[in-house]
Write a protein that binds this ligand. Structure first.
Ligand SMILES: [Zn+2]
Length: 177
C-alpha cells in the first residue's frame, strides 16, 4: 500500500467506530492518531478549532470513500473549502523533483491540515484514492485499502466481516424459505 494511502486510512479510521469514540474529538487522543498517520510529530497538541477543521475534512473524505457518487460533489466542495484555508508551497530540486510542502511550521494546526492535503493530493494523482473503501459490513464500516486487481474487495477482512455477513445473509434467506 502506498504510504499516502496508509496515512489517509489512519485518518479515516479515527472517526467514531463501533464503541470507540472519535479520536479527533480531543487533543490527547488526536495527538496519537496524527502521529501514527505521520501528519504531526508525537505529542502535537492541536487547538480545538483546527481539530474541528480536520474532522470536517475527514468526514467529507469518508463520504467520498463510502457514499454513492451523487454525494461526492458536496464532499469535494467541503474538502476544497478546507484547502482554501491552508498554505502550501512547491519545493523544486534537481532530479527533477517537485514536492508540496506546508507553509506553516511543523506541528501547528495548519501544518497538520497541509500534510493531510498533501497525502490526499498524492493519492489522487497516484491513483490510490480509488482503492480506498469502507467495509460492507455496516457494523464494522472500517476504511481499508483494496489491493485486488479488480478493485472489488467488499470487506476489510473476509474472515472477520465477509464470513459473518455471508452467514447472516444465508440465515435470513433460510428463514424466508
Ligand atoms: Zn469489516
Amino acid at each position: 500500500m502506498p504510504p499516502e494511502a496508509a496515512a489517509l486510512i489512519e485518518v479515516l479510521n479515527s472517526r467514531h467506530l463501533d464503541s470507540r469514540p472519535d479520536l479527533l474529538s480531543d487533543p490527547d487522543r488526536a495527538a496519537g492518531a496524527l502521529a501514527r498517520a505521520g501528519l504531526a510529530p508525537p505529542d502535537t497538541g492541536l487547538e480545538p478549532e483546527w481539530l474541528a477543521v480536520l474532522r470536517t475534512a475527514r468526514d467529507a473524505l469518508n463520504d467520498v470513500v463510502g457514499e454513492s457518487e451523487r454525494e461526492h460533489q458536496r464532499a469535494w466542495a467541503t474538502i476544497d473549502q478546507v484547502a482554501a484555508r491552508v498554505g502550501l508551497t512547491v519545493r523544486l530540486a534537481a532530479g527533477p523533483t517537485a514536492q508540496l510542502r506546508p507553509v506553516a511550521g511543523p506541528g501547528s494546526g495548519e501544518a497538520v491540515l497541509a500534510e493531510f492535503l498533501i497525502r490526499l493530493h498524492q493519492a489522487i494523482t497516484g491513483g490510490s484514492l480509488r482503492r480506498l473503501r469502507r467495509c460492507a459490513n455496516p457494523v464494522c464500516d472500517i476504511a481499508f485499502y483494496d489491493g485486488t486487481r479488480s478493485r472489488t474487495q467488499r470487506w476489510h477482512s473476509y474472515a472477520r466481516c465477509g464470513n459473518r455477513c455471508n452467514v447472516a445473509a444465508y440465515r435470513s434467506r433460510a428463514r424466508a424459505d
